[in-house]
Design a protein around this ligand. Structure first.
Ligand code: ADP
Ligand code: MG
Length: 703
């Protein structure tokens, strides 16, 4: 019998939930809070004080000593500065723990050391954090004690967004307003808002912590910068969905419990394609909360790993030659009276609202493919997208047979008279049930796939925040809905107008639809013929943010100002340059201080052997040949190391952020590859006992 885990009881036990609020707040204050949470607006100062006190009391009863405004600066991870509830003692020396409404609502961390991309000079240090009432406060427990975490947005003195949450919240309002106009056109007067929902599937690697600590590249870069392939990779396809090993299972169990306590609906867990790779998926929820929760998932994955003598690697490509990690971002839109705008029903050909929404999405993705690509780019993801593995860097939409057929009919004739049905799946075994098939098979190669009642954006990197992709999805959908509503609201004959519009959009933008194999080289040529963008790297994607088309989109819906976009570009170039710089310096360090000395030691032992064997009068040719081979590799390493140092120095001297980032991409990365090659070859030759760092086999097969 397993030990009993009362999931219902522990779930959200560390969250200041609506239930907790209802229990602890006076009725009128609770009502006010819920109203602001659901409909926007501001809490009155009096109510804020009451909420703050209740929140503090709850936190203190659960062991908290500090609170923090928890925010998401442009670093892509979260930030926190703790303040204790300690207040000034009174004359008798007695101190009462204190937390005011003001402290709950607004914080003022020194913002000068966060990336701002020129939005704020260092001397203008002021930045504000503002309570995001739509995402629940929670308790974080670690060696520091228990900390009350209040999700916040982070803005400059002038109100410019310095974080990833503010634009996301703005985009959620935009998509809600515009999607509402669409459902109203179809007679849905009951809905008061439309919510973007997100379910991010998180992939990760686990390695043994002792071994991890022996690799400077894993410590500093989060990925291996050297490493010959192990004799076995993922070719046997025996890891995916394989039995979960005991040590990993114990980790997953702990991880789930921690996440459940934080109100994260950890749902699915399994082994992924590569050895030592795994996945966790929660149940989808409101985009904003999903983004916050995904940050908690990543953080908790790392924290819990430590307890099991493991280290969690979230990098997109920790190991060359086996699969990297991504994050499938499932996205849909639902009205507050329960209609999923992306649900086709059984007969999508007759579901005009769905067809309009689908046509708008196809148009949006086609027009803004470059922005979507950008939203999924980060330094690590360059190793996946358009590089050695899928999904490809080219954005296309997968619809599946059923919808593709409907779209084809609409484009050809303007009518979709019939619809392919799934039918029965006959197993051929009398004792197994025959069951209803889905009308559409899966396509794992598509970067943007329609999967039944949602879109699955599969390009996102495993280490990245999902804020940007969802901000972009919401924004581009809002624009398409807005343009459609502008036309349809004025139409004399609505049925005719909507029919024409669907046909027009699908005809104009059908080039973005691709149901074939996204990994095939022919697709690259075909996409080029169709005029689809193929943006190969993060740095090449950066300036899609400030094209006229993008600025117009973001300003129209108040999601980003031009200055905010420009600042983000600057930050992205900087992040890229800094990351590659760290990688290059780490390689230089490892090659100079560990690898080359080890190879020299090995060649010395070979040389000794050659001399000794010859002296003994025997044939030393094998050792001599090996010595020659090793010496050649050593020479190649030394030359490549000098070259890397040279370009690295040149890179650091470049002042312009964009120019520097491109130089890192073109010159420094090339020099890094050129150093890695002879090192990896040498690793295959050198005595295993003498190789100074754990190998791929040690790292991914012996967890
Ligand atoms: P798979 O790996 O087969 O694609 P998973 O079960 O691992 O599927 O993950 C699917 C994710 O999509 C889950 O997070 C799930 O909650 C989410 N999801 C399901 N329906 C929706 C929806 N309507 N909107 C957004 N996300 C959804
Ligand atoms: Mg999955």
């Amino acid at each position: 019998m397993g030990e009993l885990i009362n999931v219902e009881e522990i779930f959200a036990s560390k969250v200041f939930t609506r239930t907790t609020m209802r229990e602890r707040l006076p009725k009128d204050v609770y009502k006010e809070v819920v109203n602001v949470m659901d409909n926007g607006g501001e809490l009155s100062p009096a109510a804020a004080d009451v909420v703050a006190k209740a929140m503090k009391d709850w936190a203190v009863e659960n062991g908290a000593t500090h609170y923090t405004h928890w925010f998401q600066p442009l670093t892509g991870i979260t930030a926190e500065k703790h303040d204790s509830f300690v207040s000034h003692p009174d004359e008798s020396g007695r101190m009462l723990m204190d937390f005011s409404g003001k402290e709950l609502i607004k914080g003022e961390p020194d913002a000068s050391s966060f990336p701002s991309g020129g939005l704020r000079a260092t001397f203008e240090a002021r930045g504000y954090t503002a309570w995001d009432i739509t995402s629940p406060a929670f308790l974080k427990e670690d060696a520091t004690g228990v900390i009350l975490c209040i999700p916040t947005a982070f803005c400059s003195y002038k109100g410019e967004a310095l974080d990833k949450k503010t634009p996301l919240l703005r985009s959620m309002e935009a998509i809600s307003d515009q999607a509402l106009r669409i459902v109203r056109l179809f007679g849905n007067t009951g809905a008061t808002k439309v919510v973007a929902s997100v379910g991010p599937e998180q992939e990760y690697f686990l390695v043994d912590r002792e071994k991890y600590l022996k690799r400077a590249d894993l410590i500093f870069a989060g990925r291996t910068l050297f490493g010959a392939p192990a004799p076995k990779g993922q070719e046997m396809e025996d890891h995916y969905f394989g039995t979960i090993r005991e040590r990993i299972g114990a980790y997953m169990k702990d991880l789930n419990i921690e996440l459940w306590k934080l109100g994260v609906t950890a749902k699915t867990q399994h082994n992924e394609v590569a050895p030592a790779q795994h996945e966790l998926a929660p149940i989808y929820e409101t985009a904003n909360i999903a983004v916050d929760h995904n940050q908690l998932v990543m953080e908790t994955m790392k924290k819990v790993a430590g307890r099991h003598g493991l280290t969690c690697l979230l990098h997109e490509k920790p190991f060359a030659g086996v699969n990297g990690s991504g994050k499938h971002n499932n996205w849909s839109l639902t009205t507050d009276n329960g209609v999923n705008l992306l649900d086709p029903g059984d007969t999508p050909n007759e579901n005009i609202q769905f067809l309009l929404v689908l046509a708008c999405m196809i148009k949006a993705v086609d027009i803004h493919a470059d922005l979507l690509r950008q939203s999924a780019s980060d330094v690590g993801n360059d190793h996946r997208l358009g590089a050695n593995e899928a999904p490809p860097a080219i954005i296309s939409v997968f619809l599946g047979e059923q919808l593709e057929d409907v779209v084809r009919q609409l484009v050809e004739t303007g009518e979709a008279a019939h619809v392919l049905q799934g039918g029965k799946l006959a197993t051929g075994v009398s004792t197994l049930p025959d069951f209803e098939k889905d009308a559409t098979d899966r396509n794992r190669t598509s970067p943007f796939a329609f999967t039944g009642n949602k879109f699955e954006f599969r390009m996102v990197g495993s280490a990245d925040s999902v804020a940007s992709p969802n901000t972009i999805l919401n924004a581009i959908a809002a624009e398409a809905f807005c343009e459609a509503a502008d036309i349809l609201e004025k139409a004399d004959d609505f049925d005719l107008a909507v029919h024409d519009l669907i046909k027009e959009y699908l005809t104009k933008h059908q080039r973005i639809i691709f149901n074939g194999n996204g990994y095939a080289p022919e697709w690259v040529a075909e996409a080029k013929r169709r005029g689809l963008p193929n943006i190969k790297s993060m740095v090449e994607a950066v300036d899609t943010l400030t094209t006229d088309k993008s600025v117009k989109l973001f300003e129209k819906f108040g999601i980003f100002t031009k200055a905010e976009l420009e600042s983000r570009e600057e930050v992205l170039y900087e992040i890229y340059a800094k990351t590659i710089n760290i990688e290059a310096l780490t390689m230089i360090d490892m090659a100079s201080k560990q690898i080359i000395p080890a190879v020299i030691r090995y060649s010395k032992s070979l040389a000794d052997t050659v001399i000794a064997v010859r002296e003994a009068g025997a044939d030393a040719s094998v050792a001599a040949d090996l010595l020659k081979e090793i010496s050649d590799k050593l020479a190649a390493m030394k030359a490549a190391l000098s070259k890397l140092k040279e370009v690295e120095t040149a890179a650091s001297a470049i002042a312009d952020a964009k120019e520097q980032a491109f130089y890192y991409k073109d010159a420094v990365k090339k020099a890094m590859d050129e150093l890695r090659a002879p090192v990896d070859e040498a690793e295959m030759l050198v005595d295993r006992q003498m190789w100074p760092i754990p190998t791929y086999a040690d790292l991914i097969f012996e967890v």
